[in-house]
Ligand binder design. Structure first.
Ligand SMILES: C[S@@+](CC[C@H](N)C(=O)[O-])C[C@H]1O[C@@H](n2cnc3c(N)ncnc32)[C@H](O)[C@@H]1O
Length: 229
């Protein structure tokens, strides 16, 4: 029996209706186990090739995002990474050998706790728990040199969470007016849709370039890249 059929059979037995539902239930179950990180890390490879096969659609795979983070750290000689939105710590895990220091902020206490546990032996990694807009000043206060920021905290809606529409501009303002010329990568640029009060990519770009004339903004592969001119 194929894997899919086996899942359908088990799911029907458990009262679940479709293969998709069963796969979702399986993933939810896996998320509660420590092997979920390995499952996700391995899954990045087929994900990447599937993205290429589909003609590189707007939503880019995690492996490509990892490549972008590494590329910018090397290009600008940045050894500290600040991430908003830790989630299951996939970016932290992928970057832990590439940075001297990593600070990551996660809103959901159970995810932050899980990440603290996961990186308990990595002295150069610190996980903060809280709203990135509130925690950001503490993290900025720890920096003594320019850092690379990976902003990935579901700025325009994360399942089950109220969205603070000013959070992105508030964080950009704090980061870009900090005394060091930090480099900022904002994930999911395609979500800057211009709908329901959400700004467009053009709005964010003109806000940054007019308020911070020393910065330039470029978007490629769904990542907005804010660098020093
Ligand atoms: C797309 S996931 C992050 C993925 C992760 N950066 C990676 O590359 O593996 C978004 C995460 O942002 C978190 N989040 C949402 N709102 C937040 C907020 N206000 N402050 C901090 N984290 C937040 C969510 O709980 C979720 O874990």
């Amino acid at each position: 029996m194929s894997r899919r059929l086996t899942l359908v059979f088990l799911g029907t037995y458990a009262g679940l209706s479709s293969a998709e539902e069963i796969l979702k239930a399986f993933r939810r179950l896996l998320q509660r186990t420590p092997v979920y990180g390995v499952y996700k890390a391995v899954g990045h490879y087929p994900d990447y090739w599937y993205w290429i096969l589909r003609g590189r659609p707007a939503r880019s795979p995690h492996l490509l995002k990892q490549k972008v983070v590494r590329e910018y750290s090397e290009k600008f000689g940045l050894t500290t990474l600040v991430e908003t939105g830790t989630y299951y710590g996939e970016m932290v895990a992928a970057m832990k050998r590439h940075f001297e220091r990593i600070y990551s902020i996660e809103y959901a206490p159970e995810l932050a706790e899980r990440a603290r546990h996961k990186f308990a032996n990595d002295q150069h990694i610190r996980i903060f728990c809280g709203d990135s807009r509130v925690v950001m000043p503490d993290v900025l206060g720890l920096l003594r040199a320019p850092a690379l920021f990976w902003l990935d905290a579901g700025y325009y809606g994360w399942v089950g969470m109220e969205t603070d529409r000013q959070r992105l501009s508030a964080e950009l303002e704090m980061i870009l007016s900090h005394p060091y010329p930090h480099v900022v990568l904002l994930d999911d640029a395609r979500c800057l849709s211009g709908e329901n009060g959400i700004p467009t990519v053009g709005d964010v770009k003109s806000y940054i370039e007019s308020s911070f004339p020393q910065r330039s903004v470029e978007v490629k592969h769904d990542v907005m890249r804010i660098t020093k001119r």
